[in-house]
Design a protein around this ligand. Structure first.
Ligand code: NAD
Length: 510
């Protein structure tokens, strides 16, 4: 499918308004954002970003819509999300292609990202009948005590460029069945995929007469994110992006005692034990390190390899890196696509020069590619360095295909190295030794939000709660009981007797 056809199907014009309340596009009023593809450097289309005033109107509409939307029974809200899942199934191919072309990930990953949206839609439909609270036994006679979950109001969603659509769906589909309305500030680097999503759901919202404002969109940069973080009308801001951004959002939301759900940077390691199946380990490490050109929050950045298998595994890795095809991500024969933009290329080059300064040893050299097929200037070579974990650059997340390797001899040492970084998102051990695996998963093991055995660090399923500890922000999204973040808990006690006994045995006589 040609890109012009993709844009046509998804309702993308040459110049698009970057603000909507659900089914209606507003005059956005902000600056023009041109979206260039990192694949070939061509201008795809432009968007007028939302001004502060338009943002204000979108939030007002979301507040008004909440009054009505919260009155819809949760399973009825779930039915709307079910139909959104259907609409995404129909549009999987064009939307997946646009994700791939605008962001630069492989077509398989672009389609996979849309599949993740479909999966979370299915999950949210089931959830719409399972927003359970507990009941407790009261200490007082003839009293009933229970807790229930109420919607919060308007949820603000700030998303990153690397998962331009899935992260929005993780948040909004769950928030909608919970009874919240949403305002999405998409990444300014991928505005067209956001507009495409808005067009897809608008049809469903229209057909179901969903109140205007349940799904707001504001395209814009950091300034709109800052407005959202400081906005007391937004009880929950769910922000995905760098740790730098998360610290700013967390501080602004905290200053007004709102809630922030933070999904921030990772610095993920795989421990390759002497007891590993090295073929499985190789595939996991390779996909984790070079998939999405190293631009996943769960990208494998560090390998901690047992000294008994270190040389053999390093050899396998180097051989595998030699087989990698770098090029147009829409062409299935390529394994590695471009970085998102030239700034990302500069960050990659900066990291390489820091590695040199800090004494790292090159195992596979990097570099920027040029010539035919690389005209966008965003294609770089995945590279490998031998490092020591305490080098400042190793402690930092560089969003590029840089892989750091180091040795260990005792499992405790490997776990210490793995945990000895500021971030705590994803982690894995490759071992067939049951004791090692269990130690790794115990409280003495990985300190990350995600810990795997014999699979890599990237590619989480939607059924689990997704997120990480420490500088990754502590948030949890997607499956399990993550929905609780989008609701407020209320404890209720009802006295159905004819006296007023007090708790804690207190007597109050008048
Ligand atoms: P980024 O931090 O530059 O931007 C993310 C979003 O935050 C954008 O929408 C941006 O406009 C907004 N923003 C930036 N500064 C802000 C501020 N001060 N206040 C409010 N909003 C602000 O990140 P990016 O380059 O788009 O994405 C890459 C980063 O995202 C990496 O660090 C990656 O690990 C992280 N990420 C984390 C997860 C996760 O689930 N943990 C998922 C995807 C990406």
């Amino acid at each position: 499918m040609k890109i012009n056809k993709v844009l046509d199907i998804l309702g993308i014009n040459k110049l698009n308004e970057g603000a909507a309340t659900g089914t209606k596009w507003l005059k956005a009023g902000g600056e023009k954002i041109d979206s260039y593809s990192p694949v070939d450097g061509k201008l795809i289309a432009s968007v007028t970003a939302s001004s502060g005033k338009t943002y204000d109107n979108v939030v007002k509409q979301a507040q008004a819509a909440f009054e009505e939307w919260r009155m819809w029974p949760a399973p009825k809200r779930g039915e709307v999300v079910r139909q959104i899942g259907e609409a995404l199934r129909k549009n999987k191919e064009p939307l997946g292609r646009l994700v791939s072309y605008e962001m630069g990930k492989s077509l398989q990953e672009g389609l996979g990202e849309v599949q993740e949206m479909i999966d979370i839609a299915d999950f949210a439909v089931g959830l719409s009948r399972q927003l359970y609270g507990l009941t407790m036994h009261s200490e007082r006679p003839m009293h009933r005590m229970y807790e229930q979950w109420h919607p919060l109001g308007v949820v603000g969603i700030i998303s990153a460029f690397n998962f331009p659509v899935a992260v929005w769906s993780w948040n909004s589909f769950v928030a909608w069945v919970c009874g919240d309305t949403c305002v999405w500030k998409s990444s300014e680097k991928t505005p067209l995929t956001a507009i495409a999503c808005q067009n897809i759901i608008a049809e469903v919202f229209k057909a179901n007469k969903v109140p205007e404002g349940v799904c707001g969109l504001v395209v814009g940069g950091r300034e709109i994110g800052e407005l959202m973080s400081a906005d007391p009308r937004i009880p929950l801001v769910s922000a995905t992006g760098s740790t730098r951004m998360g610290k700013a959002v967390g501080a602004a939301v905290g200053a007004r005692l709102g809630r922030a759900l933070l999904e921030l940077g990772g610095n993920n390691a795989i421990i390759v034990s002497e007891h590993a199946d090295l073929d499985i380990a190789l595939r996991a490490c390779l996909f984790g390190a070079v998939g999405t050109a190293g631009q996943r929050c769960t990208t494998t950045r560090r390998l901690i390899i047992h000294d008994k298998v270190y040389d053999a595994f390093k050899k396998k890795l180097v051989a595998a890196y030699k087989q990698l095809n770098i090029g147009d991500p829409l062409d299935e024969k390529n394994h590695v696509g471009p970085l998102i933009d030239k700034d990302a290329v500069n960050n990659y080059l900066h990291a390489i020069s820091e590695l040199k300064k800090q004494g790292a040893k090159v195992v596979v050299a990097g570099g920027v590619l040029d010539g035919k097929g690389y005209e966008s200037g965003c294609y770089v070579k995945p590279c490998i360095y031998e490092v020591s974990n305490d080098m400042p650059i190793v402690q930092h997340e560089t969003f590029a295909p840089l892989l750091y390797i180091m040795k260990y001899s005792k499992l405790e040492e490997a776990i210490r190295l793995q945990n000895d970084v500021p971030q705590g998102l994803s982690s894995a051990i490759m071992t067939l030794n049951m004791r090692e695996a269990e130690q790794y998963l115990s409280h003495m093991g990985s300190d990350c939000g995600i810990a795997n055995v014999n699979i890599g660090t990237s590619g989480a399923e939607i059924g689990g709660a997704f997120g990480g500890e420490k500088e990754t922000g502590g948030g949890r999204e997607s499956g399990s009981d993550s929905w609780k973040a989008y609701m407020r808990r209320q404890t209720n006690t009802i006295n159905w007797g004819n006296t007023l006994p007090l708790a804690q045995g207190i007597k109050f006589t008048v």
